[in-house]
Design a binder for this molecule. Structure first.
Ligand code: AMP
Ligand code: GLY
Length: 427
């Protein structure tokens, strides 16, 4: 079948790379794609939120199946438009996408269906939000989390250790720093522990977790500095041991499924649950309605089954028939970012060493690249994800960094400790 992937980041490169390996995949298109995706798919110059053009393209090119990568088009109903045009679509409907598009919607859903999460309150004016913050700190809170309700490209959350910084962020939100996304604000209890990412496929009838993973959100080694979209990831995440996984299945995933059924939400795609594990118990930090990036990179590196078949059956309501086959070997992906990221960053620098990295055994996923005068250049904050497998987590880490060493562009940088958190669990 002909397949259309919507998106242009590392996630979409990883998805296209794996879809390309399936015997079911005939023509593979990506809108708009990037310089790396062009190796495995035909890139089509249509924006991710241009539903009408995507439908027109799909009809003209005999496309049976679309995978919508990012959250913004899902929230904007692009998946629904493609479905209405007769395609099978991997991705929830616009209402389901609100589980990511509105943190207040997600929180109400979690509370209604008894899914463990941080205690929180929702505000639509700054004065009441600040009053609540001051009360929480006066009552001995060690921290507080302020979240703009809507999509804010990963910037709408502050984990604050003082009332002053929390209150200042509240002012930013209501002052319009995140546009309409900040007109409603959630104030949450701060959870402490170790984070992990649970990606689960669901077709609304069955829910099946993929292998676990862990992101590295902060920009610098040892989790220092500001939050980013994610500086690297590895799989599996040993903090999610069998006992924690059992709790996640019964208290989070099963209740999620019951919730979308009870609410009549059409959900065929992936639910990405960001969790905090505290003393062996997982609570939900956030829901996302798309694959985590970079988490999906090490996850697909460990997938040894037919990815197109698994995603298509999910979209077709036949997930129970899919066969998910995983390698025991861990995988790691290290992000190479552009100087300045996560603030304003350079673009247009020529990237060298991509072929050498591949020769060293790494698979390099492009997150923000473009072609300029025949060369591959940087075109985003997160530019590349260098991924590798290994017999052990130490091998996978070493293999990924062997690839990283080969690659260069002006002012590029990466964290040096991706995967290190897994080492403390080794016996
Ligand atoms: P979110 O967009 O809700 O996932 O928040 C982004 C990041 O903020 C998470 O990955 C966590 O690192 C952090 N975070 C969010 N909520 C909490 C919380 N209740 N307690 C501690 N950290 C949090
Ligand atoms: N890596 C975190 C995210 O995709 O939101």
């Amino acid at each position: 079948m002909n397949i259309l992937v919507v998106g242009s980041g590392g996630r979409e490169h990883a998805l296209c790379w794996k879809l390309r390996q399936s015997p079911l995949t005939e023509k593979l298109y990506c809108a708009p794609g990037n310089a790396g995706i062009a190796d495995v798919a035909e890139c089509v110059n249509i924006g991710v939120e241009d539903g009408d053009k995507l439908v027109e393209f799909a009809k003209a090119n005999d496309i049976a199946f679309a995978v919508v990568g990012p959250e913004a088009p899902l929230c904007a109903g692009v998946g629904d438009k493609l479905r209405a045009a007769g395609l099978r679509v991997f991705g929830p409907n616009a209402e389901g996408a609100q589980l990511e598009g509105s943190k207040d919607f997600a929180k109400r859903f979690m509370n209604k269906y008894n899914i463990p999460t941080a205690r929180s309150a929702t505000f639509t004016d700054a004065a009441s939000a600040k009053e609540y913050i001051n009360k929480e700190f006066a009552a001995g809170a060690e921290g507080i989390v302020v979240k703009a309700d809507g999509l804010a490209a990963g910037k709408g959350v502050l984990v604050a250790d003082s009332a002053g910084s929390a209150n200042a962020f509240v002012d930013e939100c209501f002052g319009g720093a995140f546009g309409a996304s900040g007109a409603t604000v959630l104030i949450e209890e701060c959870l402490f522990g170790e984070e992990a990412s649970i990606l689960a496929l669901t077709d609304g009838k069955t829910i099946v977790p993929l292998v676990t993973s862990q992101d590295h959100k902060r920009i610098y080694d040892d989790d220092q500095g500001p939050n980013t979209g994610g500086m690297g990831a590895y799989s599996p995440a040993p903090v999610v041991n069998d006992k924690v996984m059992e709790q996640i299945k019964t208290e989070i995933l099963d209740r999620f499924l019951a919730g979308i059924q009870a609410e009549n939400i059409f959900y065929r795609g992936v639910i990405f649950v960001g969790i905090m594990v505290t003393g062996g118990v997982a609570k939900v930090l956030e829901f996302n309605v798309r694959f985590g990036d970079p988490e999906i990179q090490p996850v697909v590196r460990r997938f040894d089954g037919d990815w197109a078949d698994a995603l298509y059956k999910t979209a077709d309501g036949r997930l129970a028939e899919a066969d998910l086959v995983w390698s025991e070997d861990p995988a790691v992906s290290v992000v190479i970012a552009a100087g300045g990221y996560p603030g304003s960053y350079r673009k247009g620098d020529v990237i060298t060493g991509l072929a050498d990295a591949a020769e060293a055994g790494a698979v390099v996923f492009h997150a923000g690249t473009a072609f300029k005068d025949g060369a591959v250049v940087s075109a985003g904050g997160r530019v590349l994800g260098v991924s590798a497998r290994g017999k052990t987590i130490q091998d996978a880490i070493a293999n990924a960094y062997k690839g990283v060493e080969k690659i260069h562009f002006d002012d590029c940088f990466s964290r040096k400790d991706i995967g290190a958190k897994a080492l403390k669990y080794l016996k």
